[in-house]
Design a binder for this molecule. Sequence first.
Ligand SMILES: Cc1ncc(COP(=O)(O)O)c(C=O)c1O
Length: 449
Amino acid sequence: MEAARAIIETDQRHLIHPLHHPKDHEQPILFVEGRNEMLIDADGKQYIDGLSSLWNVNAGHGRKELADAAAAQMAKLAFTSAYAGASNIPSTRLAEKIVKLAYPTSSAIYFTTAGAESNESAFKIARYVWKLKGKPGKVKVISRIHGYHGVTMAAMSATGMASYHKMFGPLMPNFLQVPAPYAYRWAGNEDPGIGAADAVEQAILKEGPDTVCAVIAEPVMGAGGVIVPPPTYFPRLREICDRHDVLLIADEVITGFGRTGRWFALGHWGVEPDIVSFAKGVTSAYLPLGGVIISRKVHDTMRGAPADQKFMHAATYSGHPACCAVGLRNVELIESEKLVERSALMGRRLLTGLEGLRDLPNVGDVRGLGMMCGIELVEKKETRAPAIGLGPRVAKEALSRGLIFRLRGGAADPAIGDTICIAPPLSTPTETLDRIPDIIRASIVAATK
Ligand SMILES: Cc1ncc(COP(=O)(O)O)c(C=O)c1O
C-alpha cells in the first residue's frame, strides 16, 4: 500500500523505537487494527498476536467497553492532580478493587504509568520503609540473572541481562544479581529452587543483612524466557527474606491480572510478597497504567511517618483518572468474563499442545504457567547447547504463517538458548490456541531444513 510505505519512510526518518537499531527496522510491520487475538497490518494481512503485543493486551484487542470508559472519563474529568490533598473517583475505586483481588495482606496502592516506574517506586518504598524504621543503611536490592524489570536507571540495574547494560553502564551502585531458579540450565546437583533461594541468602549474608532492603523477583520470569520456578523456590525465598528482615518485591508486571491463571501469581506457591509491582494487564494496555501494592505492614509503617519524613516520591500522572477508569472497566471485564479461570484452563491446553513439540530435535525445553509459555531451542538435546541464530529464523517463518511472538536469548545472550515466548490474550478462542503449536512446528521444521 502506497500510503503505508510513505508512513514507514517518515517513521524511519523521525522515530526512535524501543531497542532501536536501523537494521532491525528496515521492514517494520505497520499495524492498523486489532480484533481480539488478531492484529491486522496495512496490507490487510492478519496475524495471531501470540504475545498479547507486549504481554499486556490481556482482554484482547478492539474492546469498545474500554474505549467507552476512556471517552466517558475524559469527557468528564480527563485529568487533575492526585497529589496529597486531592483525589479522584476512578483511582480510589480501582485501588480498592485491586487490593481486594491481590493478596490477603495487600492494603494500599501507589499508581504509576509503567512497569519500570512501578519498580523504581517499589525500590524507593523499600528504602523509605527501612529509613522510617531507623535502619537507613538498608539500601541494596538483590535481583536475579535473566530477570527483566524495565530499563530506567534503577530498573535497568536490577535487570539481569547484560545486553541491556552494555551501552548504558555503569549500573547504579547497590544493585546485585544472583542466579535464577532456572531448572533447565541449573548447574548444581541440588533442587534448583532451593539452590537459587539459597544463593539469595548467601548474597544477603555476604553484603550484610543491615545493608539489604529488598529482593525483587518476577514470579515467572517473562522476558528472560518464561522461566517457571520449582515449587520450592518462593516459599524458601520468603523464609530467607523474613529471617534477614529483607522485603520481598514481586514484579508482577507480566504475571498480574490473570496471566498465570490467578489474579496475582505468588499464590501458586502459597507466598505473599511485601510489595507488588504491576502494569501492563491492569488496563489490557488500552491506556498506560501501573502501580505498587503494599502490604498492611508496609502501609502501617508509612502511615506512622513523622511530618518531617514524608514520602517525597511523586509523578504527575499518578492516579490518572482516565487511565484508572479504563483499569477499573478492564478489571471488571476480566472478572465478568472469567478470564483468570480461562487463563488457567486454556493455558494448560496450550502447554499440552506445545509439549507435543518435544519430539523435534531442536526443542530442548517446553514450560509454562497459565497463558505464558516458553519453548527453548537448542543445537542438540543431549548437550543443551544453545541454538544460536535459529530463533530469528523460526520467528521469520512463523511471521509468514501469521503468528507473532517474541524471542529471548540469541546473540544478545549466547549462554542460553533462544526461547520462543508465547502469551496470547486470555480471551483467545480455543481454535486459535490450537493452531499455535502447529504453526510453531511448521516454522521450526522450515527453519531447520
Ligand atoms: C516483569 C517486568 N517488569 C517490568 C517491565 C517494564 O515495564 P515497562 O516497559 O512498562 O516499563 C517489564 C516489561 O516488559 C516486565 O516484563
